[in-house]
Structure formats: structure tokens, C-alpha cells
Design a protein around this ligand. Structure first.
Ligand SMILES: N[C@@H](CCC(=O)N[C@@H](CSC=O)C(=O)NCC(=O)O)C(=O)O
Length: 285
């Protein structure tokens, strides 16, 4: 692992790191904020999965998480959203043929692709759930028995599906403006078809509403959603998650935030609220 940068912030260190990923077969860049802590202490880890078009940098620069993480003693990890790099294996790493913002580069959807040409490199599920946690555990003062996960939009979809699938691992799961049912909306249908083909069982394993319908459970979920979000009605559809949680008895807190859009102005406004909710479930309040 190579350190790209390290800057003191709120008494801790905001770092950016690069490594050769075995999951994606590319170099991957991610950021980690380590709050001030006693020497030898192990700290809980909050994972943040970003949305379409993002790298680690969007939330790192605009997410305004550091003050709360420093206060609460939380490590904050922000991975990239897709493999990147020189074109290999027929365009698997480079942008998709249409150059779309919602598929291919910057739009890995946190799945392990099975379809050519993406299967060779687009393995963000393995990267985020296995490879990067091992790297973080080995290189940072992380208590891997206390992890939680959150995300935005496409990353909210990733946080929900990963959190529902690994319910024992992640002590808290939350999202900002998540895609809740990718199998039912254009962004998701395009990505799942492109990465997973027509395997409907695989689609359901990467769809929060379908996972809940199929029996996945977490004790509680927190979702914040802006009412002025351009993507609300066509792509996000939080009412589908609300209905699934009600039917399943999952304690969903769905905060509809009047006038907020889909941007980091919205996310940064409610970031500290989410981190406090996570901290309470990670034994840090
Ligand atoms: N057409 C827009 C759409 C991109 C966009 O809004 N991306 C969001 C995530 S959307 C769901 O995953 C985002 O986080 N953008 C980065 C940011 O810093 O705001 C476009 O191409 O810009």
C-alpha cells in the first residue's frame, strides 16, 4: 500500500492511499480518516460507499464527516466506485461503449460482474467486502469487530445490500438518497443487466427490497432523502423500501428532508446525524 497524501485534520489524519487490487486487477485508490486516539487503541470503522461518477475524493472533500468522526472516535473509509486504469481485456476497465455516467467507469454498483467484458475487473463486491477490509485491518488501528456501513445513491444501494447480506458484520447500516430497488428502476436495471446478465436470482441478491422480501434482516435502517432530489421518483423510490421494511418488521427511520436535493450539500447537512446513529450502535456514544 502506498500513501498518496496525509493531512492533519481535527487532530487526526486524513489519508489517501493506493494499492494493487487482486479483486479488480487494477490499482485502486481510497481514503481513510483516523481520528485522534490513544496509542494502541483500536477504533470502530465506518465504511462510506459513494455514488455514480464519484471517486474516494467526493465525500473526502465535501462530506464534512471529520469533526464528528474525531469527536466520536470513528475511522471513516471511502473506497472508489469502480476499477480504473488503462484499457485491458476488451475495455473492461475503460469507460463503457457509450461513455455513460451510470454504467462502467465510476459506476461499479458494488457487484461482482459475471458478464464480458466487465467480469475481469468489475468486482467491487469482493473488493469492498473482503479485500479492502483486510487491508484496512492490517494497516490502521481498526477494530474490525465494530464495523458499520453507509452510502449515497448507488453507494446507498451498496450499503443496503452489503449490510443486509452481512448483517452480523455491520452493526449499523444507513444511506443518503439510496437506490433501494435496482431491479425496478432504470439506473439499476441497466447496471444489473450489464454486469450480471439476465440471472434474476443474482439481481435479487443485489436489490435491498428483494433481499428483504427474500428474508434478509437487520435490526434497524436509517435513510435520509431530500424531497427536491431530481432522482427521487424515477430512480430512488424510498416508498418501496418503506413497504418492504414494514412487511418485514425492520425498524426503518426514513427522514424526508424538505427542499434538499441529491448533492453533497444535502449529505454534509445530515452526515453528523448519521455518524452519531452509527456511533451509538458501535459502542461510541
Ligand atoms: N448526471 C449527473 C449525475 C451524477 C450524480 O448526480 N452523481 C451523484 C451520485 S448519483 C447516484 O449514484 C454524485 O454523488 N455526484 C458527485 C458529486 O460530487 O456530487 C452527472 O453526471 O453529474
Amino acid at each position: 500500500m502506498e500513501q498518496v497524501s496525509a493531512s492533519k485534520a481535527f487532530g487526526g489524519v486524513q489519508g489517501v492511499y493506493r494499492h494493487a487490487s487482486g479483486s479488480t486487477g487494477t490499482d485502486m485508490t481510497f481514503s481513510v480518516y483516523v481520528p485522534p486516539h490513544d496509542e494502541g487503541a483500536k477504533l470502530p470503522v465506518v465504511w462510506y460507499l459513494s455514488g455514480l461518477t464519484c471517486t474516494h475524493a467526493n465525500v473526502t472533500e465535501k462530506g464534512e464527516f471529520r469533526a464528528a468522526c474525531a469527536e466520536l472516535g470513528l475511522i471513516f473509509v471511502a473506497p472508489d466506485t469502480s476499477p480504473r486504469g488503462p484499457d485491458r481485456n476488451g475495455g473492461a476497465v475503460a469507460d463503457d461503449p457509450q461513455g455513460a455516467y451510470d454504467f462502467g467507469l465510476g459506476a461499479g454498483f458494488y457487484v461482482d460482474a459475471t458478464q464480458a467484458p466487465f467480469a475481469a475487473h468489475y468486482r467491487m463486491w469482493s473488493y469492498v467486502t473482503r479485500e479492502l477490509p483486510a487491508l484496512v485491518a492490517a494497516n490502521f488501528p481498526a477494530d474490525m469487530a465494530r464495523q458499520s456501513i453507509m452510502g449515497h445513491s448507488m453507494g446507498g444501494h451498496g450499503a443496503l445490500t452489503i449490510g443486509l447480506t452481512h448483517a452480523a458484520r455491520y452493526k449499523a447500516v444507513s444511506a443518503f438518497a439510496p437506490i433501494v430497488a435496482p431491479g425496478q428502476v432504470p439506473w439499476g436495471r441497466k447496471a444489473l443487466a450489464g454486469y450480471l446478465g439476465d440471472d434474476q436470482a443474482a439481481w435479487r441478491r443485489h436489490d435491498a427490497v428483494a433481499l428483504i422480501e427474500d428474508g434478509a434482516r437487520v435490526p434497524a435502517l436509517l435513510v435520509d432523502q431530500g424531497t427536491a432530489d431530481n432522482f427521487l421518483e424515477q430512480e430512488l423510490r424510498p416508498e418501496l423500501l418503506k413497504a418492504a421494511c414494514e412487511a418485514a418488521g425492520i425498524d426503518l427511520t426514513l427522514n424526508l428532508r424538505e427542499g434538499y436535493d441529491h448533492s453533497y450539500y444535502f449529505i454534509s447537512t445530515f452526515m453528523a446525524d448519521h455518524l452519531r446513529w452509527h456511533a451509538a450502535r458501535l459502542g461510541r456514544d
